[in-house]
Design a protein around this ligand. Structure first.
Ligand code: SAM
Length: 208
């Protein structure tokens, strides 16, 4: 995504939708008009997934987390058009989740087509590495689900092993989501792209 020098100003002008400077750190509930369960997506990309999910489920609060301000603009545009009370966004690096959220205040985490970081020396950057699982476990309430989708076989296998070694319980593992696509599946931008190239889509639902 091309660098947009005006990105920060644009995001700040949408402070009712996106937390640009971590103003809601430690008090995320105050960002939403209604107090209800909180589901988060880490690495929203352009935001089709989280905006569609929020439109479908008005009784759940959704927070989209994205590190890239240029990408976040696209999510804000979608969110602004939909005017959903239950959708908010934060410009945040997932490495700082523990500072941003309180313990046990999140009810579900979605990870969609996370960057695979194929080199072994970059394994710690994968969003299913044990360091990330440790922070997910801390911010999630007990028995909450982590949902993970990817087309990347290497990342999928790494994630299965990482979650298993961490002692997580697998609720569902699907090796070809689009073969019999569940009605509730919402295709992300990357999912559409890789599926149209003939890639299989893998899906894990697991809890701590
Ligand atoms: N989820 C989208 C989809 O499926 O179409 C986007 C997938 S894209 C490969 C990964 C996204 O995660 C990018 O938008 C990237 O900026 C974001 N990302 C990567 N590392 C992140 C981090 N540490 N914290 C927050 N977002 C991150």
């Amino acid at each position: 995504m091309r660098n947009k020098p005006w990105a920060f100003d644009y995001l700040k002008s949408n402070a009712h939708l996106v937390d640009v400077e971590e103003n809601y750190k430690g008090r995320i509930k105050e960002f939403f008009p209604k107090e209800q369960d909180l589901h988060i997506e880490i690495g929203t990309g352009m935001g089709t997934f989280i905006t569609s999910l929020a439109a479908r489920n008005p009784n759940i609060n959704y927070l989209g987390i994205e590190i890239d301000k240029n990408v976040m603009i696209r999510v804000v545009e979608k969110a602004e058009a939909l005017k959903l009370d239950n959708l908010r966004l934060v410009l945040l690096d997932a490495n700082h989740l523990n500072d941003y959220f309180q313990v046990s205040e999140v009810d579900k985490i979605y990870l969609n087509f996370s960057d695979p970081w194929p080199k072994n020396r970059h394994a710690k950057r994968r969003l299913t590495h044990s360091t990330f699982l440790t922070s997910y476990k801390s911010i999630l309430r007990e028995d909450a689900i982590v949902e993970f989708k990817t087309d990347n076989r290497g990342l999928f296998e790494f994630s299965l092993m990482s979650m298993n070694e961490f002692g997580m319980t697998f609720q569902n593992i699907n090796l070809d989501v689009h073969a019999e696509e569940p009605e509730e599946n919402i295709r992300t931008e990357y999912e559409e792209k890789f599926s149209s190239q003939g890639h299989k889509i893998y899906w894990i639902q697991a809890s701590f």
